[in-house]
Design a protein around this ligand. Structure first.
Ligand code: DC
Length: 224
């Protein structure tokens, strides 16, 4: 392999609760490829800001945090994801709704996105990368081999997210979650920088009513 650009990338973008995190992980496992959870990077910036008392509108400080993000990704013996921020286990902390909302807030700032751009591209390593996010196909990996825009009905996304959080012992009401999801969808799609939308050459997959296995099989089939 002579250059990064030749390393294949499957970009999986979509809104909150579309299941893209699970699907991306399963597809990466099936292919034996690397995985980039780009949302985790935005969550880590928000968390680092909270830890250091940096306001979510202090662009200079946020850019400094993003540019020097000391993050490590791995998994425990059972294969569950583990994420460290500045040497501290941040696995649970970045998955809270608060961190998600903070991520969505810092993600509207173009300088923060710029600071994370190269870090994301560095994940492109042989034999291949599955990249999960909002702008993988539209900005970060515009030359991806396959671009999937994964979605599902708003109701189903709220329910899935509710179950996901409950399984992690995080208790939030479904109504509050639906409101949060709508708010986050709106902010992510209406922002002027890198808004959430399918790339022109993306294949759109509505996973409402589909099993995880069926969605994974579809993506693998498209990947050829
Ligand atoms: O996928 P997630 O819920 O972990 O993402 C958290 C937030 O980060 C999301 O609301 C928008 C932002 N984000 C982004 O702007 N671009 C990405 N590629 C990934 C996430």
């Amino acid at each position: 392999m002579s250059g990064r650009a030749e390393v294949p990338v499957i970009a999986i973008d979509g809104p909150v609760g579309s299941g893209k995190g699970t699907i991306a992980r399963r597809v990466a496992e099936a292919l034996g490829w690397h995985l980039l959870d780009s949302g985790a990077l935005y969550r880590l910036v928000a968390l680092a800001a909270a830890n250091r008392g940096v306001a979510l509108d202090d662009v200079d400080q946020l850019v400094a945090l993003a540019a020097n993000l000391d993050a490590r990704f791995g998994s425990d013996a059972a294969g569950n994801e583990q994420i460290w921020l500045e040497g501290e286990d941040a696995t649970a902390a970045i998955r809270t709704e608060e961190a998600g909302a903070g991520a969505s807030t810092v993600a509207v700032l173009q300088p923060v996105r710029d600071a994370l751009f190269q870090l994301q591209r560095d994940f492109r390593q042989p034999p291949g990368l599955v990249a999960d996010g909002r702008d993988m196909g539209t900005h970060v990996f515009t030359d991806a081999t396959l671009k999937v825009f994964l979605t599902a009905s708003a109701e189903e996304r709220a329910k899935r997210r509710h179950k996901q959080l409950k399984d992690k012992g995080i208790d939030v009401s479904l109504a509050a979650l639906s409101r949060d999801i709508e708010e986050r969808d709106r902010r992510d799609s209406e922002r002027s920088v890198a808004p959430l939308r399918p790339a022109e050459d993306a294949r759109v997959l509505d996973s409402s009513g589909m099993s995880i296995e069926a969605v994974v099989a579809t993506v693998l089939d498209w990947a050829g």
